[in-house]
Design a protein around this ligand. Structure first.
Ligand SMILES: Cc1cc2nc3c(=O)[nH]c(=O)nc-3n(C[C@H](O)[C@H](O)[C@H](O)COP(=O)(O)O)c2cc1C
Length: 181
């Protein structure tokens, strides 16, 4: 059994993928975990679109100027949507779900990368959210937080080195005063 610490250490953003497809069973297994993500007041304000259509993935790769190009080589992606009228903390709920997806992908031996959509723009200044909304037919009442690129890993990534963790970001009891920093 993998310990969570090892899973977290191994999970790194994957932006290169092999040609091998993801089966419907593999995709369903990923989503089965995502649907267990905690959400504020248990409202489950999220919805997901699983994309395995190559033409759609190629269009999505151009939804913003930087940081989405790997979607063109991904074998699948998941759009993480949420309904702000159901939860005022939809960003948090959708972020937790996105994180569950990244970690389950790693646990399944797959590569994944978070592609931020909310608050990002396409090269012509259009909101990336509107571009994704049009490509995937997302209704107006839903927001698009992220896309997660998925596939079999196409490169090696080193796991986190425990000796290089940023322990200076962790404080005990109260935030240190300026003189202690
Ligand atoms: C909120 C958030 C947004 C991100 N957006 C993007 C993105 O749009 N494109 C991308 O290639 N990576 C994106 N990433 C991945 C980060 O760049 C990556 O997690 C960070 O550089 C640390 O690298 P690692 O994931 O390999 O440990 C995002 C990560 C988070 C948490």
């Amino acid at each position: 059994m993998t310990h969570f610490y090892d899973l977290a250490a191994r999970r790194r953003s994957m932006r290169q993928f092999t040609e091998e497809s993801l089966s419907q069973d593999e995709l369903a297994a990923l989503m089965g975990t995502v649907l267990m993500a905690p959400s504020s007041k248990g409202t489950c304000c999220w919805q997901f679109i699983v994309i395995d259509d190559k033409a759609l993935l190629q269009q999505l790769a151009q939804c913003k100027e930087h940081g989405a190009a790997m979607l063109a080589d991904a074998r699948a992606a998941v759009a993480v949507l949420a309904d702000p009228s159901v939860s005022d903390v939809w960003v948090e709920d959708a972020s937790v779900a996105t994180t569950y997806l990244l970690l389950q992908a790693e646990d399944s031996g797959l590569g994944a990368c978070w592609v931020q959509i909310r608050n990002r723009q396409a090269a012509d200044g259009t909101s990336a959210e509107d571009v994704v909304r049009r490509i995937l037919n997302v209704p107006e009442h839903l927001r698009v937080l992220s896309l997660v690129a998925l596939g079999h890993k196409g490169m090696e990534r080193k796991p986190f080195n425990p000796e290089r963790l940023k322990w200076d970001k962790v404080h005990l009891n109260v935030y240190p005063s300026a003189t202690e920093e």
